[in-house]
Design a protein around this ligand. Structure first.
Ligand SMILES: *[C@@H]1O[C@H](CO)[C@@H](O)[C@H](O)[C@H]1NC(C)=O
Ligand SMILES: *[C@@H]1O[C@H](CO)[C@@H](O)[C@H](O)[C@H]1NC(C)=O
Ligand SMILES: *[C@@H]1O[C@H](CO)[C@@H](O)[C@H](O)[C@H]1NC(C)=O
Ligand SMILES: [Mn+2]
Length: 436
């Protein structure tokens, strides 16, 4: 039967393309003998006749199908031809949300807007920083913003049953995409791949332009907050600078830094031996951020550290000069994921927080990233820690080192996890901005 149908379809295509005017006549004569056949009963109006056209819009919608079949589900396939297809020019159903894998991809199917020249009010902007000129090992994060968007296509589907770590958590009831806050995907900052100084300055100006947008429905902020999709970790210096200039307190922002690496390396040691220009990279940007005063010393923290220090002075430089506390990856075994979250909240206190998430916090088995390290955290541990931060005053976030170059290993899970981390960030930003 199916073969017959396929043959018939091809036949009618051939007929219609060659001799459009005699199409109707030929079809009628060649199909006359199938009236009343099983195939005609099931697919007749799909492939040839036009008797079953509905009056009004969207005739084959679900309710009608259910109505037709409510008494006799078993006879369902044999009744298919009884439902009515819309008129050929009726496209009203195209206005409804399409399949999750269709459409031009924005983060979580959010509306997109032009954010650099316009000044539309919005509450949370998603923006990409496609840049990987600062990596010391594995490039590919220039594809990260697009990757995170691809991985986000199943987000925005409702309220997560596992958000929040307790039944009393406010996060459990939150759908960050339908909370009254206006979320916009601003696309990417155009960053040149040929000069990292120019590219980073472009990012800074792009962040500044978005931060200048007034908020739309926020109860806490007068300016738009940004979630940046990276990009190698160097981009955080520009994100953090603009966030600090927009929201910052004099003592700096409390920085929660998820990473396998400390990223406060002394620029003289990492890159700086070559040129001053090379001294700013994805392993030194936090040194520069601390030096510039963007980081609240003693109220900032690394989570997931496990990569070796380069020199014997790194640990002291990190803790004393740059002001970071540290939880190693194995501290999660010691204190549990929920316990780590509580300790982080104690460290940041009531300060405004910037959260930067290096994808290499995840174990090497899950992801591709700039500098992979063994012994990382599971995706469940990470989501538990992130949800456990409920209540922090999050003014900005980024997910970085999302290395999804074409044909690389773990690309799909890297995309999915980057998107999921952003989803958790949006949950935290929303729960803090909810009216009581
Ligand atoms: C803005 O917030 C108010 C109060 O929370 C809500 O009633 C309203 O629907 C929100 N606006 C939009 C466009 O979501
Ligand atoms: C927002 O602006 C209003 C009016 O200028 C001001 O009173 C308020 O303190 C500002 N809020 C924040 C969080 O900056
Ligand atoms: C950070 O803590 C150390 C040790 O408790 C203290 O000596 C130092 O003054 C603190 N730094 C700042 C900026 O608060
Ligand atoms: Mn990093």
């Amino acid at each position: 039967m199916y073969l017959c149908l396929i043959a018939l379809t091809f036949a009618s295509c051939a007929v219609s393309s060659l001799t459009p005017k005699s199409n109707e006549v030929k079809l009628k004569s060649s199909l006359g003998n199938i009236q009343g056949s099983l195939m005609h009963d099931i697919f007749g109006s799909l492939v040839h006749d036009s008797n079953n056209i509905a009056e009004g819009n969207g005739a084959y919608l679900r309710e009608q199908l259910l109505q037709q079949n409510e008494h006799s589900p078993i006879s369902f396939p044999f009744k298919l031809n009884q439902f009515q297809y819309p008129d050929i020019d009726d496209l009203t159903d195209f206005k409804q949300p399409g399949p999750l894998f269709s459409g031009i991809v924005t983060f979580a199917h959010l509306p997109e807007d032009e954010c650099f020249f316009a000044r539309e009010p919005m509450d949370i902007a998603i923006v990409g920083a496609p840049f990987d000129l600062g990596v010391s090992y594995n490039s590919g994060a220039r594809f990260g913003p697009n990757g995170a968007r691809q991985g986000s296509r199943r987000l925005r589907g409702g309220i997560s049953p596992i958000r929040g770590n307790s039944r009393s958590s406010k996060l459990r009831g939150i759908d960050p995409y339908n909370s009254g806050l206006k979320l916009i995907d601003c696309g990417d900052v155009p960053m040149t791949p040929f000069d990292s100084r120019i590219a980073l300055n472009q990012l800074y100006r792009g962040q500044h332009a978005i931060h200048k947008h007034p908020s739309f429905n926020s109860t806490q902020f007068n300016n738009t907050r940004i979630v940046t999709l990276g990009g190698d970790h160097t981009v955080t210096l520009m994100n953090l600078r603009s966030a600090y200039e927009t929201f910052g307190d004099p003592g700096g922002l409390a920085v929660i830094h998820f990473d396998a690496h400390i990223d406060t390396w002394d620029p003289k040691v990492l890159g700086g031996g070559i040129s001053d220009y090379a001294s700013l990279n994805h392993g030194t940007f936090l040194h520069f951020a601390a030096e510039a005063g963007y980081v609240a010393k003693n109220h900032s923290v690394h989570v997931g550290i496990r990569a070796p220090f380069i020199s014997g002075t790194d640990e002291k430089h990190d803790a004393v000069d740059c002001g970071f506390k540290t939880f190693t990856s194995k501290d999660v075994d010691l204190y549990t994921a929920k316990g780590i979250a509580e300790k982080i909240k104690t460290i940041v206190g009531q300060r405004k927080v910037y959260l930067t998430f290096d994808l290499d916090t995840f174990d090497v088995g899950y992801i591709n990233s700039g500098t992979l390290e063994a012994g990382g955290l599971s995706s469940r541990e990470i989501l538990t820690i992130l949800d456990g931060l409920e209540g922090i005053k999050l003014v900005g976030c980024d997910v970085v080192e999302v290395s999804t170059a074409p044909n690389t290993v773990n690309s799909a899970s890297t995309e999915l996890l980057a998107a999921q981390v952003v989803d958790s960030m949006l949950g935290l930003m929303t729960v803090f901005d909810q009216p009581e």
